[in-house]
Design a protein around this ligand. Structure first.
Ligand SMILES: Cc1cc2nc3c(=O)[nH]c(=O)nc-3n(C[C@H](O)[C@H](O)[C@H](O)COP(=O)(O)O)c2cc1C
Length: 410
């Protein structure tokens, strides 16, 4: 069966630009080690027959996105900074841990619930902020992600660049969401945004602190994909310091989440400067290259925070097992970035809701097989260091996708 590439999955402006600049530039796609879109081939998996809400596995969602997205957009989503070592380390760090299991435990009832800033989440996974990307694949990306997350009983981080507006995402749901701030202007610009965030009645402010410089995402540079970030005056964001964080919290009057913490030292400073939540992240490997994998720094951050704040984490999470490993090391909930982008590309709001449902199913299955009935029982005692098998990459958690990517880059 011919593969129908759904043009609606990609916004008009990106399509135009991609078709003019990037797709036409064949060498760019050749340079990318992650796929160009699959050629029209037979579809033994029958993915086109499935509505987004009917995907049975996470890898079907990823495969459907791979089929739909033009190569530069796929590369923008799945790629990282420079040599992409941090992207690989996120995965390698997760793969370097095995789970222990206990048997003959009554696991009929497993409680997956957790809390974030006093709000109960039905299960410990949430959409991380993926700002501008939402608008590239969905005209109403912000509200779609908000509705999907709330319908599954979790929360969502809405990024500064989310389309159509920060207000539209919060208005789409009754539950208070979390607004994520990228500093892209000076203090007056920030004041304007923070006042809008307060007026829109968000529940918390997340400030991303690992972006004083823009990471150089070479796939985007080579393909010519129009990505707004990376241009313009960076001097104000480069000057940000801990006092600015205190000021932002005071100005907005909401609980503060510091996203992008990767050391014990900064975890301590974040708490001392008023962070209610310390969010361990390396931006999915899109900022500092050759950083440690997120899961590799999680334990030291949790130790440094010492219960004075909540801890969230993301980075390389593609499976329920990844979520459970991060919970074992002290995260109270875990974000998904690339997987969110894949789900939105594959099936819009329904795709995101189904991705979260499948994540929940995977987490429940993993905990049941480990003989664990509540998140509170998880801890480092469930993990063992093991050699990494295979080659960790953003697609290596999904063997069928890994094969599809390999075939389409030949
Ligand atoms: C396409 C894309 C766009 C992103 N945009 C933002 C953003 O606007 N703000 C932010 O704080 N982080 C952003 N991130 C980082 C994510 O919030 C998250 O930290 C990261 O994706 C987690 O790693 P993972 O992609 O391996 O799940 C983005 C990530 C991706 C993949």
């Amino acid at each position: 069966m011919a593969v129908a590439r759904n043009k609606n999955a990609v916004s008009k402006s990106v399509r135009k630009s991609v078709s003019k600049k990037a797709v036409a530039r064949k060498p760019a796609a050749k340079n990318a080690s992650i796929a160009k879109p699959a050629k029209k081939t037979s579809n033994p998996l029958g993915l086109e027959k499935k509505a987004p809400g009917q995907f049975d596995t996470l890898q079907e969602i990823a495969l459907a996105a791979h089929r739909k997205l033009p190569a530069p957009v796929w590369d923008h989503l799945m790629g990282g900074a420079d040599s992409e070592m941090t992207v690989r380390r996120n995965r390698a760090g997760l793969d370097a841990l095995a789970l222990r299991q206990r048997v003959l435990v009554d696991v009929r009832n497993i409680d997956l619930s957790t809390t974030l800033l006093g709000q109960k989440l039905a299960f410990p996974v949430f959409p991380a902020p993926v700002g501008g990307f939402l608008g590239k694949v969905h005209a109403e990306g912000g509200p779609a992600v908000a509705r999907a997350a709330v319908s599954r009983g979790t929360t969502a981080f809405i990024a500064t660049a989310a389309k159509p507006s920060l207000e539209a995402a919060q208005q789409a749901v009754k539950q208070k969401l979390i607004f994520q701030l990228y500093v892209r202007g000076d203090r007056t610009w920030i004041e304007g945004i923070l006042d809008r965030v307060r007026k829109a009645e968000y529940g918390a402010l997340c400030v991303t602190v690992d972006r004083n410089f823009y990471g150089r995402r070479e796939r985007d540079i080579v393909s010519g994909l129009p990505v707004k970030e990376g241009f313009g005056d960076q001097s104000y964001q480069a000057s940000l310091n801990w006092k600015d964080l205190v000021w932002m919290k005071e100005r907005v009057g909401l609980p503060l989440i510091a996203k992008g913490i990767a050391t014990a030292e900064d975890a301590v400073l974040a708490v001392e400067h008023g962070a209610d939540v310390v969010y361990v992240s390396n931006h999915g490997g899109r900022q500092l290259d050759h950083a440690q994998g997120s899961i590799e720094v999680l334990a030291e951050v949790v130790k440094a925070v010492a219960g004075r704040a909540e801890v969230l984490a993301d980075g390389g999470v593609q499976r329920g097992t990844d979520v459970v490993k991060m919970l074992c090391l002290g995260a109270s909930a875990v974000g998904v970035g690339k997987l969110l982008g894949l789900a939105l590309s594959a099936g819009g709001e329904a795709g995101v809701a189904r991705m979260l449902e499948l994540m929940e199913l995977e987490v429940r299955t993993v905990m049941g097989l480990m003989g664990v009935t509540s998140i509170k029982q998880l801890g480092p005692q469930w993990l063992r260091a093991v050699p990494v098998l295979g080659t960790p990459s953003p697609v290596s958690a999904y063997p069928l996708l890994e094969e599809a990517v390999r075939r389409s880059t030949r």
